[in-house]
Design a protein around this ligand. Structure first.
Ligand code: MSP
Length: 521
């Protein structure tokens, strides 16, 4: 993925005010799958996720629950952490914005902006939506003074704020986007930002008076104000990269030279709702302190339910943990990543979930079960030591197309190609009819070749599916007598002849969904 052999991937940090839902799960699993593919190709990976813990939204939620903001954040960080564990997320670092190290990096960042003359004090008059944590001008508002994004009532504000001279970086940002066509993926999002940048860019308010918002990081140049939660949150990526050493004197903190750290990030994976903050605020702030920009931003689409937006008030939020409890994390991971075209939108329906689960069970699971059973039955559980090249062309073509899909960040297509290989292997079984070959001693060599080919196909599939269904592939590797899931590159050449194969329970067992009994679907 990167040229240095090191890849730094990030998810957004999730607000510590609500429960993890299917949208958060999707972003995190998408990043996890990219991280696992990168590790499988030999990259050293830093995969970062975490929680966004400051600002009025957290302050208000804590008040409503009758706990302190810190108590709320401790509870929710734990909830996100355990959700990610149950979903098999392989992050290397879980950052919390209330950590001392992060606070110190935010302070150093703001100090640097201040010292470089990038910040001025001014008056702010306008509207604010706490739910979205963002400002609106009068003309943006929906009917009856509501937020145009979420429809909730907005608050009128008149206060002193500190502003970052974001407008000064408009031309540099437009030039960067135009010179780097792959910087924002997909194109539709890149065009959206270029369209937005056709209007003059305003300066960015980066502070809140403590009289209104006390739950935040103090500004180093005015302790009556705290940092705007988005500025605080975006800096998490830099904190985790280890580029900045806030305890050193200002000129030695690492702003001049990030070598040896993970900065710049190779990719920020986000939802399309937070594109402006990541592709306008964040890069201009980085320009303001003189740091390199992240290498790529992948903005994925939106999960809706049927054709309705998911929302707490409609009571239609899909709980990824309930699905996981019923079907296992591999099934949820597969469904979410296979069903949503990376970058596009998708709709959750229970029917599609079951169709995707059946695909796992009937194509991949069935292949694994047939192939291992036949090796056990016809060859006493030993993989025959012969070529096993029956599907070599299909394997080569699949690996090639998966490489192309991943380069273009089309994860759904890469997974689709892997499933097609399993389909081809099932067709191969039908064509070779090993059950007939086994009855005719004259076809012993053909049967050896059939079984060795199937062992090879399963080994390659084990590597290809590992990023998305890691539990089942770990199990499959064991049944194939491998010493763990091979890398994709190694899967075509690892010696299989003589390995001892075991059969076992279905990798993806038949499950009667709990909802079938209530609404008949
Ligand atoms: N805290 C900010 C992000 C700060 S990053 C420096 C935030 N948090 S959030 O909890 O609201 O999470 C937003 C992210 O969750 C979205 O960008 C997206 O990745 C994911 N999703 C939330 N709902 C979603 C859907 N319905 N569908 C797909 N993903 C969505 O914003």
């Amino acid at each position: 993925m990167s040229q240095s052999g090191r890849t730094f991937l990030t998810t957004p940090i999730y607000y510590a005010s609500g429960e993890p839902h299917i949208g958060h799960a999707y972003t995190t699993i998408l990043t996890d799958v990219l991280a696992r593919f990168a590790r499988q190709s030999g990259e050293d990976v830093l995969f970062l996720t975490g929680t966004d813990e400051h600002g009025p939204k957290i302050q208000q939620e804590a008040e409503q629950r009758g706990v302190t903001p810190q108590e709320l954040c401790d509870t929710m960080a734990e909830r996100f952490g355990s959700a990610w564990e149950r979903l098999g997320i392989s992050h290397d670092r879980f950052i919390r914005t209330t950590e001392g190290e992060h606070k110190a990096v935010v302070t150093a960042f703001l100090e640097r902006l201040w010292d470089r003359g990038e910040v001025y004090r001014g008056a702010y008059t306008g509207w604010y939506c706490i739910h979205e944590e963002r400002y609106w001008t009068e003309k943006d508002l929906g009917p009856d003074e509501t937020c145009p994004d979420c429809g909730r009532p907005v608050t009128h504000l008149e206060e002193t704020n500190y502003f970052f001279r974001m407008s000064a970086y408009q031309d540099a940002l437009v030039a960067h986007i135009e010179e780097n066509p792959d910087w924002i993926v997909p194109d539709i999002r890149r065009n959206e930002i270029l369209g937005f940048l056709r209007q003059p860019l305003s300066d960015l308010s980066i502070s809140r008076p403590k009289s209104r918002v006390s739950w935040g990081i103090d500004l180093p140049f005015d302790s009556d104000h705290v940092a705007y939660v988005w500025v605080d949150a975006l800096i998490n990526y830099l904190t985790a990269s280890g580029a900045i050493d806030p305890s050193s004197p200002p000129e030695e903190r690492g702003f001049e030279d990030v070598s040896g750290s993970w900065w710049p990030a190779d990719m920020h994976v986000i939802g399309k709702d937070i594109l402006t903050t990541h592709s306008v605020y964040w890069p201009t702030l980085l320009m303001g302190v003189g740091l390199p920009l992240p290498r790529r931003i992948l903005a994925h689409g939106w999960w809706v339910v049927g054709d309705t937006k998911m929302s707490k008030s409609l009571g239609n939020v899909i709980d990824p943990m309930a699905l996981t409890a019923e079907f296992g994390s591999d099934a949820v991971r597969w469904y979410l990543l296979r069903e949503m075209p990376t970058g596009g939108d998708a709709s959750y329906t229970p029917e599609r979930f079951l169709t995707r689960y059946d695909e796992l069970a009937n194509v991949l699971g069935n292949l694994a079960s047939r192939a291992t059973s036949m090796i056990v039955k016809y060859r006493d559980g030993r993989v025959p030591s012969v070529g096993g090249t029956g599907l070599a062309d299909e394997i080569a073509t699949t690996l090639e197309s998966i490489r192309g899909d991943l380069d273009q960040l089309k994860v759904h297509a890469a997974l689709g190609a892997a499933m097609d290989l399993a389909r081809s292997a099932n067709v191969y079984v039908e064509e070779r009819a090993p059950w007939s070959q086994s009855k005719d001693p004259a076809q012993a060599e053909e049967l050896d070749e059939t079984l060795a080919t199937l062992a090879r196909a399963l080994t390659v599939l084990c590597a290809l599916f590992q990023p998305v269904t890691p539990n089942a592939m770990h199990e499959l590797a064991g049944r194939l007598g491998l010493d763990g899931v091979p890398t994709i590159a190694h899967s075509t050449s690892v010696v299989l002849g003589g390995r001892s194969v075991a059969k076992g329970d279905p990798l993806f067992p038949k499950i009667e969904p709990s909802w079938a009994t209530t609404d008949g679907t």
